[in-house]
Design a protein around this ligand. Sequence first.
Ligand code: ADP
Length: 151
Amino acid sequence: FTGKTGSELLTEKIKKYKVHEFQHIPIVVKENASVYDAISTMFLEDVGTLFVVDENSCLTGVLSRKDLLRTAIGKQDLNTIPVHIIMTRMPNITVCRKDDLLYEVAKKLIDKQIDGLPVVKETDRGHEVIGRVTKTTITKVFVELITDDQL
Ligand code: ADP
């Protein structure tokens, strides 16, 4: 018996959660995809954040719902504007790695006021996008912790 309280044990358990245990598949579009295609992909894949990649699957940008809405309410032809014109681009993208702690990612989502982060792996061509962690990921963990009685 460790003498630790339930709450101390719970904290220890949560603090050890790593990104790779919870990350989801990333939904990506190419830099030259049109804004129209990006909007379609967002609906079809049922995600709120898309990652933009180059021909090597390396991260070049992020597209949020509002990035696309802002463009959609403009006068431009959505079929002819490539996403690289409107995306938030590298190096201004907050990323995480598979061995990062999940709670550190949760803190980043709050600090940066964003909905999700790409999980990246360093390669000689750049940051390859291998996953995603979003507010939904964190919410699911929260619910699982409560549903899960074995500590
Ligand atoms: P929304 O814009 O739909 O409210 P977010 O809060 O996630 O969604 O995005 C806010 C802004 O931050 C957008 O312009 C988006 O491109 C950008 N953004 C989203 N995720 C990231 C990220 N991981 N790193 C940097 N910027 C991001």
